[in-house]
Write a protein that binds this ligand. Sequence first.
Ligand code: ADP
Ligand code: ZN
Length: 742
Amino acid sequence: MIAKVITDISLDREFDYLVPENLVSVIRVGSAVAVPFGRTSRSGYVLALAENSFYAPDKLKYISGLAADRPAIPENLIKLGKWISSYYCATQEHAVRTLLPAAVRSGKVREKKLKLYSVADRGEAEKYIISHAEESRLAKRVKVLQMLLRRGEGAKAEFAGDVDFSVAAFEALCKSGLIRVREKVLDTGFDDRIETLPDSPLEPTADQQQALEQISEMLSGKISSHVQLLYGTTNSGKTEVYLQAISKVLAMGKSAIVLVPEISLTPQTVRRFRARFGSKLSVLHSRLSDRERFDEWNRINSGKVQIAIGARSALFAPFANLGLIVVDEEHDSSYKQSESPRYHARDVAVVRGQLENACVVLGSATPSAESLYNAKTGKFLLCRMAAQVDNKPPPVIHVVDRRLDRAPEPGVSNLLSPILINAVEERLERGEQAILFLNRRGYARTLCCPQCGYEARCPECSVNYNYTYSRSRSVLSCHLCGGIVPAPRVCPECGFEDIRYFGSGTEKLESCVRGAFPGARVGRMDSDLMRSADDYEIILDKFRRGRLDILVGTQMIAKGLHFPGVTLVGVVNADLGLSMPDFRAQERTFQMLTQVAGRAGRGEKRGEVIFQTTRDSDVIRFAADLDFDGFSKFDLEFREMLNYPPFSRMIAIFFKGENESAVAGFAAEFAEKLSAYQHPKIRIIPPAPAPVEKIKNQYRYLMTIRGTGLKTIREAVRVLALHSHIPAGITVAVDVDPQNLM
Ligand code: ADP
Ligand code: ZN
């Protein structure tokens, strides 16, 4: 028998090894093995077993043995890993790495084992005690044996406190075989730092009933699709549906995985699952130590728990009998991994479900265009939950057009409109809380006119895309079509001379707020400031306890948090995200706005939301009406018109290096080789400087491929990127279904 083995050095190829006779019955796909490699020995994983090799048997070496220090990968995960490697154009070694937490892969953390001692044979022990009772030389041994008979099995440390214990006598008895030792793997049990009271299922609402029935049908295989898109308004009771669906799956003797965006993995969420499922649940926090991660992996692998909840990587929880995968907030961009393999956990969840005959529930209040499209075309089942469980009135949302405000006095910051300032003052007077939100992320700024609201945009690509302004080259360039024009010095619309880059950060906002509301207690939350999960918890905790009046922050505060005291949410630049040169700009903006609006009025009092904007935008209007259906129709039409995903597929290839001309030259060569795959349904957009042209002294070029039927060209890209010669100093990163085109 031949085993195809991948070793843990970065090579995208399998090596053939002979399987020695004594291992034939134990080696399987996924086994961790030790193999001779050149002059050394390496560990690796068996990816496949075969009868024959392309190489002559006398050229092959034998597997040296099973790797004692690391567990095998379940075979179903190996299949998934191969799919990831091929679809996302990643090396097999990267894919295998993704499947296993580092702690498990390295084999450096071992299982905690405890040695337990007991009397080997009661009869023998009694005989010993009787026959040696009078010998003072053996008195200590007799006492130890008597103690063991009295106490039963236990660890040495437990006995050490006993008055009758003696180390020397104990060891002598072990040696003679009168005491026997047994090794037991320690069960680390679940995280009881979070205290919960058990709870029970709630009586489902009509919407929930309908969702659960559809899931039951999927589970019983009565319907052809294995994926449900659960499109449910915030507070419509999606989480309760997940909980009850999981109970069904457990009753069938199967297991479940729940994926949440990392930021939602707060104690609030975990508590609800823990309360329902207790020790059946494994929580895969990013904060787990290696040791804990290792333990959790083994608890799952050995079937000690039935449910795993965690961010992206929890998708690879090694359950043998998976029944259900829930992807909560399926539209969230954190499901896409930015390093190789650049997989999307939602999409891989659908594939894992298919490979293992498990059902998948994708939940969201604002589903992604991709998932909606799949529901429209019948690939996914759609379940709509429109009613809120508590019938709470939605917040009142106003749009404030900043262009109507009086121009600010020179030197005075213009971030807050008079209406917003008033609204905040009211809150301060009433002792309520406000959140001010500014979605300012680190990307190239856009060129805008503060007087008329003009924003430079590419004539070729119209609609909502605008240019990226390059200060060094003094041009505006569009990476969608590659067009370039010199940057205007005055506003082409109104002639205003003081056109400028748009983009104030939260830091500026914070100082503005402190200036406008002296005496108010202000906190700020953004990724500049939040270095650890603890920083984040500390400030949220302060806010929750009412020790802060105003919280200023980026989208970090937009997600799923529950602050009953907040009655006002202000979005300083509601239109800012629309300027991103990315076809998902509208979708992201809508999601962000509705999500952040949902933070207002979670308590008793009705919430108020103010969107400040400097342009007319359908997206903002839809968001202000909380009209997701309207928005999604609009967004899908726009994408269809320009043939963007989900109407086409996309591959982005980034080329990076310190020497710009070398990067450009290599990118052009790369593109040239791909031109052989040109096809009427495929559009290859040639390499051009990426919107973010340089990061850490590395020049970046981007080429994209867009169209349908990309399989062949994707395979070609994979071979070129992984197996062709790439000059030193240049790296190529392939991103299939990219979420980020910057
Ligand atoms: P979503 O996940 O869609 O935002 P949740 O499942 O969190 O909604 O439900 C919102 C609130 O309504 C929660 O406080 C939850 O306990 C409550 N809830 C959900 N389903 C029911 C039900 N069937 N009966 C009573 N309360 C419910
Ligand atoms: Zn202008």
